[in-house]
Design a protein around this ligand. Structure first.
Ligand code: GLN
Length: 197
C-alpha cells in the first residue's frame, strides 16, 4: 500500500491520517525533511496557513518541499494546505510565503466573518454523480486559475473551490471531517498512478 505523508506541523493532520488509514494507506507524520524521502504522496492539512508557513520555514522543510513538488510528488492540500500550494496569496499576512506548484491565486478567508463556516453539497463530476457534502471553515477561494489547471468544483455562484494540476490537488473545503472519503480516494488513485508511471 502507498505511504502517504501528512504534514504534521500544525492543523488537522490527525483527521487526514485517520481517513487515509481507513482507505488502506500507510501514513507518516512529516516534520523533518528526511521524512519526505520515505513517502509516495503528501497531504497538507487545514489549519492556519500563516503558522504553517512560518513553521515549515523554521523546520527547514520549505525548500525540500518545493523541490519534491517540482519533481512531481503527488500533493493534496486542503484549505490552509491549498493556500500553501498556491502560486499567489491574496490577503496574505505580512511576509507570508507559499510553496507554490498550483498556478492559481487564492484569497484567504474569502467568505468573511459573516459566513465564517458553512456546509453545502457540491457537484464534482470527477468523483461521480453523487454530490459531495463539503465543509468550509474560514475557507479560501480560488480567484484565478492558469491554463494548466482543471477546475474540479465550484460553488453555485461560480467561485472555484477545488482544482487539480498535474500531481497536485487542492480543495478549499475539508473532506477529512466528513465520512465521504471520495476525495482522499481520488488522491490515492493519483498516487498509485504516479508509483506505476
Ligand atoms: N483561514 C485559514 C488560513 O488562512 C485556513 C482555514 C482552514 O484551513 N480551515 O490559513
Amino acid at each position: 500500500s502507498p505511504r502517504i505523508g501528512v504534514l504534521a506541523l500544525q492543523g488537522d493532520f490527525r483527521e487526514h491520517r485517520r481517513v487515509l488509514a481507513e482507505l488502506g494507506a500507510v501514513t507518516v507524520a512529516v516534520r523533518r525533511s528526511s521524512e519526505l524521502d520515505e513517502i509516495d504522496g503528501l497531504v497538507i492539512p487545514g489549519g492556519e496557513s500563516t503558522v504553517m508557513d512560518k513553521l515549515s520555514r523554521s523546520f527547514g522543510l520549505s525548500e525540500p518541499l518545493k523541490q519534491k513538488i517540482a519533481e512531481g510528488l503527488p500533493v493534496y492540500g486542503t484549505c490552509a494546505g491549498l493556500i500553501m500550494l498556491s502560486r499567489e496569496i491574496l490577503d496574505g499576512a505580512e511576509g507570508q510565503q507559499s510553496l507554490g506548484g498550483l498556478d492559481i491565486a487564492v484569497r484567504r478567508n474569502a467568505f468573511g466573518s459573516q459566513l465564517d463556516s458553512f456546509e453545502t453539497d457540491l457537484d464534482i463530476p470527477a468523483l461521480g454523480e453523487h454530490p459531495l457534502h463539503a465543509v468550509f471553515i474560514r475557507a479560501p477561494v480560488v480567484e484565478s486559475v492558469g491554463e494548466g489547471v482543471s477546475v474540479l468544483a465550484a460553488l453555485e455562484d461560480g467561485r472555484v473551490v477545488a482544482v487539480e494540476q498535474g500531481n497536485l490537488l487542492g480543495t478549499s473545503f475539508h473532506p477529512e471531517v466528513t465520512s465521504d472519503h471520495r476525495f482522499h480516494d481520488y488522491f490515492l488513485q493519483k498516487v498509485r498512478g504516479h508509483i506505476h508511471a
